[in-house]
Ligand binder design. Structure first.
Ligand SMILES: [Zn+2]
Length: 227
């Protein structure tokens, strides 16, 4: 069932969240495009994984090189190999896995890219529920940027955030509902140590993903035993 006869662009990393968003978009839009970024992240296989998933999903795929983002953020543990990543969020600041400006740059570039192709709908997998303390995953930031981008380009962009108010367990549930539970579980890369699927199991990103998965599988089991 296609609800919308328009094109959509998914900001796509090949992780759990953006992959779920990709299949969410495929159910809703006539034509789906994906855009990935090489910004200096430690694990360059991220974009190869993203490409494979996009090919499977049969959608347009493009990687954009934006090394300036990494060059600007030398104190980020996802970019600088010398810095050990924060396992928990520090009390007074964002964790050092935060890449300052990343979503601001990604979404701004995505909007220009979309405009060139007559695409109005932009989809991002950010979530305020499990936002790890990243300020650019919050709803207020996305809404504010949406207004700014429309003013900047005299356009009517709509930024969609299907995961904004759901936690990781519900994101797994959504992937299951979309028929891509196994694909998301086995083929996406969320791990900060660059290991696809269930990942390294001990980085903050794996913790969040694992906890959500366990919660969802438990809920599903309870639902099955009750019915
Ligand atoms: Zn990991």
């Amino acid at each position: 069932m296609v609800l919308n006869n328009e094109k959509a662009l998914v900001v796509f990393s090949g992780g759990q969240d953006s992959t779920t968003c990709l299949f969410w978009a495929k159910k809703r839009f006539k034509e789906v495009w994906t855009l990935s970024f090489r910004y200096g992240q430690k694990h360059q296989n991220e974009t190869e994984i993203a490409q494979k998933i996009a090919e499977k999903a049969n959608v347009h795929f493009h990687v954009m090189d934006v090394p300036f983002i990494g060059n600007l953020s030398s104190h980020c543990a996802l970019i600088n190999k010398e810095i050990p990543m924060d396992e928990v969020q520090p009390a007074q600041s964002v964790p050092n896995t935060f890449v300052p400006g990343r979503n601001l740059f990604f979404l701004s570039i995505a909007a220009v890219y979309a405009r060139e192709r007559g695409i109005r709908h932009i989809i991002t997998g950010v979530s305020e529920t499990d936002f790890s303390g990243y300020p650019d995953c919050r709803d207020s930031f996305i809404k504010s940027l949406n207004v700014t981008l429309n003013l900047a380009m005299e356009e009517q962009f709509v930024i969609h955030t299907p995961l904004m108010w759901i936690d990781k367990a519900k994101t797994w549930k959504l992937a299951d509902k979309l028929g891509v539970f196994d694909l998301v579980r086995n083929e996406t890369l969320t791990c900060y140590n660059g290991i696809p699927g269930d990942g390294c199991g001990h980085c903050p990103s794996c913790h969040l993903r694992q906890q959500g998965l366990m919660k969802y599988l438990k809920e599903k089991e309870e639902e099955c035993s009750n019915s």
